[in-house]
Design a protein around this ligand. Sequence first.
Ligand SMILES: Nc1nc2c(c(=O)[nH]1)N[C@H]1C(S)=C(S)[C@@H](COP(=O)(O)OP(=O)(O)OC[C@H]3O[C@@H](n4cnc5c(=O)[nH]c(N)nc54)[C@H](O)[C@@H]3O)O[C@H]1N2
Ligand SMILES: Nc1nc2c(c(=O)[nH]1)N[C@H]1C(S)=C(S)[C@@H](COP(=O)(O)OP(=O)(O)OC[C@H]3O[C@@H](n4cnc5c(=O)[nH]c(N)nc54)[C@H](O)[C@@H]3O)O[C@H]1N2
Ligand code: SF4
Ligand SMILES: [Mo]
Length: 716
Amino acid sequence: MSAANTHHRSCNLCEAMCGITISVEDQKITSIKGDPDDPFSRGHICPKAVALKDLYDDPDRLRTPLEKRDGEWHPISWDEALDKAAAGIKRVQSEYGHNSVGAYLGNPNAHNLGSLLMGPPLLRALKTRNRFSATSVDQLPHHLVSWKLFGHQLRIPVPDIDRCDHFVMLGANPLASNGSIMSVPDVKKRLRAVSERGRVTVIDPRRSETANIADVHHFIRPGSDATLLLAMLNHLFESGQVRPGVLSAYLDTDPQSLQAYFAPWSAERAEAATGIAAASIRQLVDDFCAADAAVLYGRMGVSVQTFGTLCQYLIMLFNILTGRLDAPGGLMFTTPAANILAQTNPGSMGRFHSRVRKLPEFGGELPVSTLAEDILTPRQNQDDTPIRAMFLIAGNPVVSTPNGDQLDRALASLDFVVSIDFYINESNRHADIILPPVSPVERAHYDLIFHLLAVRNTARYCPPLFDKPAEARYDWEILLALQERLAPAKTLKDKLGRRAMSLLGPTGMVDLLLRNGSYGAGFKPFGQGLSISRLKRHPHGVDLGPLKPMLPDALHHKDGKIHLDTAFFLADLQRVEETFAQPSAHKMVLIGRRHVRSNNSWLHNSHRLVKGKPRCVALIHPNDAERLGLAGDSARVKVRSRVGELEVSASISDEVMPGVISIPHGWGHDKDDTSWKTAQAHAGVNLNTLTDDQALDRLSGNAALNGIAVDVQALA
Ligand SMILES: Nc1nc2c(c(=O)[nH]1)N[C@H]1C(S)=C(S)[C@@H](COP(=O)(O)OP(=O)(O)OC[C@H]3O[C@@H](n4cnc5c(=O)[nH]c(N)nc54)[C@H](O)[C@@H]3O)O[C@H]1N2
Ligand SMILES: Nc1nc2c(c(=O)[nH]1)N[C@H]1C(S)=C(S)[C@@H](COP(=O)(O)OP(=O)(O)OC[C@H]3O[C@@H](n4cnc5c(=O)[nH]c(N)nc54)[C@H](O)[C@@H]3O)O[C@H]1N2
Ligand code: SF4
Ligand SMILES: [Mo]
């Protein structure tokens, strides 16, 4: 600790990476404030930052490994826990084969330096094909599009918001989420600045917090974005505004040859599907083309629906055909200081398939929507291996993935479950062994993933705020210890490699990445270049400047081109035709919602974040309320889908469009055998009781969690 008892670090709870200043007295955190000297976040924080303290102090947080015996949890030593965890996995694998073990990696892994670096070796040690993660309920379409077009799944361009004059946003609500696939602290101020320079347009079935500060908001029928994008592209061609500019040199396809694909999609047809007036669609395109710098960006609302990949592809195509890719103020590639692209699988698809539904892997992972069936479906033949054991690492898939109740049953049926987590949640309550790592402020942090997706190039390293208790383990130590037990190093090379990893630790590994990165030894402004020791001397972080044009360096295909692969992506147009041939028969369609005081399935154990009016309520338009006979703010509804039903309080509001019901995800803490007692007292309902494991984005296998047909009934 510094003498002044203040510690500077970045918050790792979401993608925004805000700089925070933590005051400490006698090993207690006394305050957490925004760090005005952080060149990226400039003092901004959101209400969630204080959860870092609540998490550290939380008496419900696990601090000792637990073993379940006869249905009761017992604390055990680390050695015993690690030995038993490995033995249980080995037992199942020796009986049923390697693929009988599955792993689910939850979202917090992406925010945890040690897990990012040491997780892959453990996964390799498991030798299983059954690897799942939050990617397939989230950003999988972005990876697929980047892999196909640019040759690397992590080469994802982000909006250059600070130099943009017209920002068009589909299905994202950064005022609540603080940005996604666009690390953008202080997004409200940055969007306001866009507005002052030009215009912000939001297209969302809900008048979201972001729509509220936008210049233009259009309601759109959930799941119909593909038709809007097709009509936008069609108008672009019809009005002669296709101008890829310098990008033409990199395209492997003549842009004019694409027109025929979009020709069937008049703005009038899109109006019928989306509810957005044809004239507004044309105007949107004309204004976009007229702006000096413009960007079209889409996130959860368009990624996690049945046309997720097609939408992300069409968004990319629109940016390319209007010359906005790699252009300041458009969609730009980043130049992170610690670049992990060379260490990461650039992408792959279909090298193997899921057990029951035969969905293709992407990048070595299978779509998590198939997990429950791959556990529950009985063995079909001699070569068939159901999943009999699971690793749950920083995730809560019962709450976070579709048809959560089915997955709950599936996890309960397993022979063995190990979890690395500091709470007993709705999923790892089915575990046999739980291995709890330290809390975020007790470990070093460098953001490997979100600098890669940030709207400005910056770098910031944070040493741990507190030393960890002697007995406690970092995530990475747990991961390495399990790897050693499951696949002991045999050769001298392996032994040296593992020894080096554990001696370097995550900080040493980032140091190597930094020294070998774009701003490493050769980078002049920092003399000897960027390294951990240099970053330690800049505790507020260093600014590496605005995003830079990166073509052709950002292209990984051997021919140096952008591969449009129309055969793959536009094959899905047939499904668009079928889906929108007739008006939808469904009266109500379900979408999700995020709130700035909530974070996926956790942080509901922080009293400060959950207090006040319950937030897990359904939003229903007054017209629907009237039709359903709902009255007053105490109304309750029963919502039913193909896979499940739940009862929830309804709030009648014209912030959602007629025919749409919005319920936040991440709630449903109604099981009494979890450890988060405050969360139990604010249980809410599990939205993923209603989402359908069979509803997928066909091209990627990503879950379609938005746009689920439901039946809504008033409760007396
Ligand atoms: N219907 C619907 N469902 C959704 C979404 C939606 O919009 N709608 N969003 C989806 C998205 S985008 C995502 S990313 C997923 C997220 O869903 P998950 O992948 O399940 O992730 P979380 O809910 O964040 O996981 C929380 C667990 O991680 C643990 N944890 C937190 N930090 C650490 C750590 O540092 N180490 C370890 N070992 N454990 C830790 C917490 O204690 C908690 O138990 O949810 C998805 N589910
Ligand atoms: N406070 C908070 N911050 C978070 C999280 C959190 O849970 N809470 N989660 C983090 C994670 S893991 C992620 S991935 C990001 C996500 O970040 P965002 O993508 O910004 O997430 P959402 O707030 O879910 O925004 C999705 C928007 O899409 C709209 N929508 C739903 N269906 C459709 C549709 O069919 N079409 C269109 N056009 N719009 C639609 C919804 O109404 C919603 O406003 O947020 C991150 N930040
Ligand atoms: S916006 Fe995200 S990174 Fe910033 S303080 Fe809030 S949770 Fe932390
Ligand atoms: Mo996410």
